[in-house]
Ligand binder design. Structure first.
Ligand code: KG4
Ligand code: ZN
Length: 331
């Protein structure tokens, strides 16, 4: 049977999401529950708590989505099968398979990062061919997107991911989890040149990233800034953010140059960062077309999973078939 309407399920980390996407009509409905409050007291995601909360939330969210989208049944269920927290992934995958079994429709396993890559398509932008900057809590990659499913890795982080660097820097400043948005908020109005921080690997050719040196430099400087000096703290946050943004920006330029492409996709949670979005905007002066998902679809969500599933009908398989669920999975 033709697959036009897809139910997407996302549960790879600390967000439980469900969405209904129609190939012709676009997004029909979307619900998302963030577990931030649940993990906040621990300063990071606790995998076991995440799994249990996905179990609790999924049936409630499904009812909510069905009410929102007029009870329309999907033709297939797309679900994030990796990479991510294995327990959390298994909850989503088993929920997806149970639904598919009950409704007698197929399941489509989706790669979480491909979901992020395709998210700009939710706004109707056709993003191929392009260079993609994928910046999330777990990944920092530059990818040449030749077409749907045709991805060539140009560079990636040798240590921390960009989002992880934001989160760790935020933690050093005593900001809550997740740190990225909190650090960005503190940086607002701060002087990005107040503190001199390194731009790792910019002096060397290539498109790989490294953020651990920046993290160490940041730690040393932050120890000298008193907790009550809110002005200096704001300068410090702005300087850190600028160091990350500069690095990401320069590597994007390199990747565009190396491939000769004129289109840049920005995906993943750090793509929600205002300073990064503003910096990348300047590339448009050189004729580069920017494809960035709207803020809500940069961070984890099920709409991008439903969309990725709808674009991969060839991956559809019977609800009873086994498929691998992978904590680690290269694109
Ligand atoms: O893509 P995502 O929602 O989850 C995965 O990691 O797959 O990305 C989350 C990451 C976190 O590290 C978070 O701190 C970061 O994205 N992030 C931000 C901002 N919003 C989210 N980092 C900097 N500025 C932001 N505004
Ligand atoms: Zn993600």
């Amino acid at each position: 049977a033709q697959i036009t309407r897809v139910l997407g399920i996302e549960s790879s980390c600390d967000e439980t999401g469900l969405a209904l996407y129609d190939i012709q009509k676009g997004l029909l409905g979307e619900v998302l529950f963030s577990q931030i409050a649940l993990h906040a007291p621990y300063g990071g995601v606790v995998p076991e708590l995440a799994s249990r909360d996905h179990v609790r939330r999924l049936p409630l969210l499904l009812e909510e989505l069905m009410a929102q989208s007029g009870g329309q049944r999907p033709d297939a269920v797309a679900v994030t099968a990796g990479p991510g927290l294995i327990g959390a992934l298994l909850v989503g995958v088993n929920f997806a398979r149970a639904l598919a079994y009950a409704w007698d429709i197929p399941v489509i396993p989706v790669h979480h990062l491909e979901g992020h890559l395709l998210a700009p398509l939710l706004n109707g932008v056709a993003p191929f061919p392009a260079v993609a900057l994928l910046v999330s809590g777990g990944h920092t990659m530059l990818i040449e997107v030749r077409g749907l499913g045709d991805y060539v890795l140009l560079g990636e982080t040798l240590d921390d991911a960009a989002g992880e660097a934001f989160d760790k820097a935020a933690k050093m400043l005593g900001l809550g989890y997740p740190g990225g948005p909190a650090l960005a908020a503190l940086a607002e109005g701060g002087d990005p040149e107040a503190f001199r921080l390194p731009r790792p690997l910019l002096d060397r050719p290539g498109m790989d990233f490294s953020f651990s040196g920046l993290k160490t430099a940041f730690r040393l400087v932050s120890l000298k800034v008193p907790e009550e000096d809110s002005v200096q703290r704001s300068h410090l946050a702005a300087s850190f953010q600028q160091a990350v943004v500069d690095t990401l920006f320069r590597k994007c330029q390199r990747a565009l140059q190396a491939t000769g492409l004129k289109r840049l996709i920005v995906a993943g949670g750090v793509g929600a960062n205002r300073a990064l979005r503003d910096a990348l905007q300047s590339l448009t002066a050189d004729g580069v077309e920017l494809c960035i998902a709207d803020l809500a679809h940069c961070t984890d969500n099920a709409a991008m999973i439903a969309l990725a599933g709808a674009l991969h009908p060839e991956m559809a398989q019977p609800a009873s078939a086994e498929f691998p669920v992978r904590a680690r999975w290269s694109l």
